[in-house]
Design a binder for this molecule. Structure first.
Ligand SMILES: [Zn+2]
Length: 134
């Protein structure tokens, strides 16, 4: 990123660790054309420049939607699950996709996919969770 037009004394939006929010800051020193030391215009504190934090969009709605989808998936798959065939979950075991597992906290779960090295995505009644495996 090039901030060639920045100069000391310029005002820049940054994160203030004292105010705990994004404030206007005055650039005190520059390092390689990037703000290094800045002064908060609100609390007048001088500190290292931190970029403004992104305003967090509420993730709740998104996760509720996801939960809904997972719940429907669970309900569709549940009749085909034979809980007698479920194996007790252990993070030292290896699992194949479509294996039924029994988790001490989440109950019956269906291995849906390999989610990464030593990780499996398991669908529980509670929703999908990533579990460790061998
Ligand atoms: Zn401040």
């Amino acid at each position: 990123m090039q901030n060639a037009e920045l100069a000391t004394g310029d005002k820049i939006e940054g994160r203030c660790t004292k105010c705990r929010k994004n404030n206007e800051h005055i650039i005190i020193t520059l390092l390689k054309e990037n703000p290094a030391q800045v002064e908060c215009t609100i609390c007048k504190r001088q500190h290292k420049y931190r970029p403004p934090t992104a305003v967090k969009t509420p993730a709740v709605r998104q996760s509720n939607l996801l939960k809904d989808t997972e719940r429907k998936e669970w309900e569709a798959l549940r009749p085909g699950m034979n809980s007698a065939k479920a194996v007790d979950y252990s993070m030292t075991e290896t699992y194949k996709v479509k294996t039924l597992i029994n988790h001490p906290a989440f109950g019956l779960g269906l291995v849906q996919r390999v989610a990464g090295p030593q990780k499996i995505a398991v669908l529980f009644e509670d929703g999908q969770k990533t579990m460790r495996c061998k």
